[in-house]
Design a protein around this ligand. Structure first.
Ligand SMILES: CC(C)(COP(=O)(O)OP(=O)(O)OC[C@H]1O[C@@H](n2cnc3c(N)ncnc32)[C@H](O)[C@@H]1OP(=O)(O)O)[C@@H](O)C(=O)NCCC(=O)NCCS
Length: 247
């Protein structure tokens, strides 16, 4: 493994990370209203929890995380996963509510550096950060990386798919399980992305002549088009994974 280090709280970190993100995510994922409203708060209120993995002065992977408070069972974590936890973390901060857990919002590795094990290094760094902050667990509403190839399969069925060795079929779920994570349950409404028909046509490069369900590249479920309401909706399912922190 190359020599690597992590940086955080550096000038223009949001923009530097955006350069990694925009090359990896489908366009429609850039239009989640909750993300667009709260993302800059991550760098304003929680700069030390936004980290980048650097090799030879190049950012090769990134992670965004947010502390939050949760005093119920992890099985009760909400269906609205990702959107909920970003909003909750920012609101907890503004109300001075002491966090007891960390939530991973994104881990991304640049295309040329994928498949080399860097994601495990980043996951373990988030676990370390959780430990030094005395948090009891690291939660992640995980976006399974191959689910978009199976948009007609429910997330509930998809997460039961296993390889011969008993590990999850999905490579990104597998990374978490290999690093001690536990699959808790799906969060079916992790992200909600609404847009007009014109916006969805711009985001996807498709034409929507009639109402119905459409398979869109990069989406984990079909998107719903309603011509009468001039509305396209995408509801992204994720999977709650918990890494318990040993102290
Ligand atoms: C998901 C992601 C973070 C994984 O990072 P990574 O550093 O490439 O992962 P690793 O090198 O640790 O590989 C993990 C497993 O995935 C497999 N893998 C890697 N790229 C793959 C691909 N394109 N297709 C299928 N499997 C792949 C590896 O072989 C490995 O499998 P193993 O368990 O059998 O060893 C990275 O692919 C990525 O940034 N994707 C785009 C953004 C994203 O989806 N982020 C996650 C949601 S926030």
């Amino acid at each position: 493994m190359n020599n690597y280090s992590f940086i955080n709280n550096v000038p223009d970190h949001l923009q530097l990370q955006d350069e990694v993100t925009t090359s990896l995510w489908p366009e429609f994922m850039m239009h989640d209203p909750v993300a667009n409203k709260y993302w800059p708060s991550l760098f304003e209120f929680f700069p030390e929890f936004q980290i980048s993995l650097v090799i030879d002065n190049e950012i090769v992977g990134i992670a965004n995380s947010i502390p939050f408070h949760w005093d119920r069972a992890v099985n009760d974590l909400p269906e609205e996963g990702w959107d909920w936890v970003l909003k909750t973390g920012v609101e907890n901060y503004k109300k001075d509510i002491k966090p007891n857990a960390l939530n991973g919002l994104q881990i991304s590795v640049k295309k040329d550096f994928q498949g080399k094990g860097f994601s495990s290094i980043i996951v373990n760094e988030l676990i370390r950060i959780s430990r030094i902050n005395n948090f009891s667990f690291l939660a992640i509403p995980v976006r399974p990386s191959l689910k978009s190839k199976y948009p007609l399969t429910s997330i509930d069925e998809y997460i039961t798919w296993q390889r011969g060795d008993g590990l999850p079929f999905d490579p990104w779920l597998r990374v978490h399980v290999k690093n001690g994570g536990k699959i808790i349950k799906p969060c079916h409404k992790a992200m909600y992305i609404p847009g007009t028909i014109k916006e969805w046509e711009e985001w996807t490069g498709l034409k929507f002549f009639q109402s119905g369900k459409y398979i869109v590249k990069g989406a984990l479920n079909p998107i719903l088009i309603n011509k009468d309401m001039n509305l396209g909706e995408y509801i992204e399912p994720n999977v709650w994974i918990i890494h318990e922190i040993e102290h």
